[in-house]
Design a protein around this ligand. Structure first.
Ligand code: LLP
Length: 430
């Protein structure tokens, strides 16, 4: 295996063999089959601890963005480290509760919350709703009134700053569907102030994901601060400022500021407000703690390209197909083949089904590859396209490997499908 790749914390290469903590990738693939997601418990713990250390000495809450990796074992591990959670659906809330997470440390983001989701969140006693529109605020008020409760709210500010990231994951520009401008935010805070069913407790924003610079954070935090001061002058006192998530990870050669550098910059601006600081990191906690193991099924010589057809596909890992995202692919053991430049593709019937293009590998059929940086937005974005059962997930803790999600079985895929009488009946009929 070539050594010119950055191997993330939790992983290492010994004599050409890839290890996750003390377990070799080959051993894991043999035991649990492929495609297989593997996560380093130590890497998740270290990344969370780095955020905690960055906030040292100040009142804060780290709310892990569940959408990045929602496996209940991962959530439970983070809850045990003191993490709160940023959720965007009732389903994510139920996962947090199933993991034993503290609802009092949950913030609920997202532009479309249903009445049922709002009710579940209120009755569970979440920390606050991150409100994204006037109609949403009205629905929360109506639901809280019906339940005879008071709903804590924060308004999500859209600061109109350029996060300089992929357009699909940029969320803080005025043309994006997220948040409201500061005029609307003020209106909504005043509505909340007047209401017996709403309690303004915070302010939040989230400008995008995979950010590689501190500057856009600085910009958005300035807008948050201006609004907090403006609200103060009109008698609205908040308890927290939530700066959202978004700090990137190194997938290739990006130069990512540390959590410490980001929080130092944020605190320079916000400390004199004396409010609790909140943050919603997802990718930076789990992204580089995971890898997707996949075997080479076929080495195919095309007319102009060499293809490594592997047993993982866009249904397992969508990021390359959806965002042209680059993720490092390494051989899990010393390559037996001649070095060659390959497109690493899956078996799905779409040209967009690739995990990596133009990668130099020394492989033969049957070799094991690892796609790195696959701990965030990887399993959670997987699907059953082409009737492919979803991969298993394994949490590695030193010399131990624990299955935290069993491989889906093909029968699972049609367990909820039914055959009406007029076309034969029977399948899964009650
Ligand atoms: N808070 C809110 C309101 C969010 O929408 C997100 C991510 C986060 C926090 C966490 O952001 P992070 O720290 O993970 O960057 N599927 C895409 C990423 C989508 C991010 C969506 N929102 C990808 O694979 O790159």
């Amino acid at each position: 295996m070539s050594h010119d790749h950055n191997i993330p914390n939790g992983f290492s290469v010994r004599d050409g063999y890839l290890f996750c903590e003390a377990m070799s990738a080959e051993n894991l693939a043999e035991r649990f089959a492929t495609p297989l997601y593997i996560y380093s418990q130590a890497a998740i713990t270290d990344a969370f601890t780095e955020w905690t250390a960055a906030f040292d000495g100040t009142d804060h809450l780290i709310c892990f963005a569940v959408k990045a990796n929602s496996n209940i074992a991962v959530l439970k591990l983070l809850a045990s480290l003191g993490s709160g959670f940023d959720i965007v659906s009732g389903g994510e809330l139920q996962r947090v509760l199933a993991a034993g997470g503290d609802p009092g440390k949950v913030v609920f983001s997202g532009v479309g919350k249903s009445a049922e989701e709002i009710e579940l969140a209120i009755t569970s006693g979440i920390r606050c709703f991150n409100v994204e529109s006037a109609p949403e605020l009205a629905l929360i008020e109506k639901t809280a009134t019906r339940l005879n409760k008071v709903a804590p709210i924060s308004i999500r500010l859209n600061p109109d700053v350029d996060a300089k990231t992929h357009p699909y994951i940029s969320t803080g520009l005025k043309e994006n569907k997220f948040g409201v401008n500061s005029e609307m935010a003020k209106t909504l805070y005043h509505i909340a102030l007047e209401s017996d069913a709403l309690l303004p407790v915070g302010i939040d924003c989230h400008i995008g994901s995979q950010l590689t610079e501190i500057e856009p954070f600085r910009d958005s935090v300035k807008h948050l601060k201006d609004l907090v001061l403006d609200l103060r002058s009109s008698g609205i006192e908040l308890q927290h400022v939530d700066i959202g998530g978004g700090l990137g990870i190194q997938y290739r050669d990006e130069n990512i500021p540390s959590a410490q550098a980001l929080i130092t910059a944020v605190r320079e601006q916000l400390d004199d407000l004396s409010l609790e600081l909140m943050i919603e990191p997802g990718r930076s906690i789990v992204g580089n703690a995971g890898a997707l193991l996949t075997r080479v099924m076929v080495v195919k010589e095309g007319e102009t390209k060499h293809f490594a057809v592997v047993d993982a596909a866009m249904n397992d890992l969508l990021r390359p197909a959806l965002y042209s995202a680059w993720q490092t692919i390494v051989e899990a053991s010393p390559g037996a083949g001649q070095p060659q430049v390959y497109d690493v593709v899956g078996p799905v019937c779409e040209t967009g089904d690739f995990l990596g293009k133009d990668r130099e590998l020394s492989i033969v059929e049957g070799d094991l590859l690892a796609v790195l940086g696959a701990g965030a937005y990887s399993f959670t974005m997987s699907s059953n396209y082409n009737s492919r059962p979803r991969a298993a997930e394994v949490l590695v803790n030193d010399t131990e490997a624990h299955v935290i999600r069993k491989r889906e079985r093909v029968e699972d895929l049609w367990a909820d499908e039914c055959l009406p009488e007029h076309i034969g009946g029977c399948l899964n009929a009650d």
